[in-house]
Design a binder for this molecule. Structure first.
Ligand SMILES: [Zn+2]
Ligand SMILES: [Zn+2]
Length: 309
């Protein structure tokens, strides 16, 4: 594994095409995890579903827990880290931002901090951290670049930001939060403070905002990724409603994408690239070069959102 601040043009994962697969093992406030496989290499992205689910998913791949190449974390919320103690062994590398590590008890030697505009390569998978606005210490999504394909996973964010568009534009699979229907949240049973938190700029992305972001990017870039809607609320959303809202937003921009909502409490389908290129596409991902954020007052949640990244 090695970290690269600025990859040179033309560098990238090796050109030999290997089988790639991605599967959600659960997506929502009760637990999140994705298993990403490239050839013999396995990443567990977030670690919030039950250990039996993780073991079962590994077992069908003829793998064991100690054969996971790395655990990759988006942030420290319990629905993303709950099962770490049962999954991690003394050798498993963990990739997360410094802010996320500061909130977790993980041995120093296992920590591989990743920052914005920086990548870490593991098993031919180049991980880029994508800073997001969410009420955690230093949350992020990830772009994973391989010779065969690119995948973007962004599951907990209060607001869309243009800096995320570059990753979505180059991806064949986009996994994006569609947490709630705004009307269901407004009328639903959550107490007022929780409604405010979910709808805030550091809470969770609504179906409408998810659809608008995808539509704008797809229209502009002419890309047609497969889209999985993630982290759906049990109380304030329905899978068909999320899918319909996103499809309608896309249709308003004359865009059609294969959109499906991930199951909340059980594993979802296994995704594989539709076509496997024989070499790395010439233009790799270029991280969003953002001016340093201006100092701003903390929000009512006592967090400074994206300014903290
Ligand atoms: Zn979450
Ligand atoms: Zn969260």
């Amino acid at each position: 594994m090695n970290a690269t601040a600025h990859p040179s043009p033309g560098s990238g994962p090796p050109p030999d095409a290997l089988p790639v697969s991605v599967q959600s093992l659960g997506s929502g406030s009760s637990g999140n995890a994705f298993l990403i496989q490239r050839g013999d290499h396995l990443l567990l992205l977030d670690c919030g579903v039950g250990i039996r689910t993780i073991r079962a998913a590994l077992s069908v791949r003829n793998r064991r827990l100690d054969q996971i190449d790395a655990i990759v974390l988006t942030h420290e919320h319990i629905d993303h880290v709950r099962t770490i103690p049962q999954v991690i062994d003394a050798r498993t590398p963990v990739i997360a931002t410094a802010g996320t590590f500061a909130m977790l008890r993980i041995a120093e030697r296992q920590r591989h901090p990743i920052g914005p505009r920086q990548s870490i390569d593991i098993g031919g998978m180049r991980l880029w951290a994508l800073p997001v606005a969410h009420d955690a210490h230093e949350p992020c999504g990830y772009l994973i670049e391989m010779a065969e394909t690119r995948i973007t996973i962004i599951t907990d964010l209060g607001a869309w930001h243009e800096r995320l568009a570059g990753a979505v534009e180059v991806s064949d699979l986009v996994i994006l939060e569609a947490n709630h229907d705004e009307e269901m949240l407004r009328r639903g049973p959550y107490p007022p403070h929780l409604k405010r938190r979910v709808a805030s700029g550091v809470g969770h992305l609504s179906n409408r905002d998810c659809g608008m972001a995808l539509a704008a990017i797809s229209r502009r870039g002419g890309t047609t990724p497969d889209v999985w809607l993630a982290h759906l609320s049990d109380t304030n959303n329905r899978p068909t409603l999320a899918e319909t809202t996103v499809r309608e937003a896309l249709a308003r921009h004359d865009v059609q994408l294969p959109v499906s909502a991930l199951p909340r409490r059980e594993p979802g389908p296994v995704w594989t690239p539709r076509h496997v290129p024989v070499a790395v596409p010439a233009a790799g991902y270029v991280p969003y070069d953002e001016p340093p954020p201006a100092a701003k007052a903390p929000t009512q949640l006592g967090l400074d959102g994206i300014a903290g990244f």
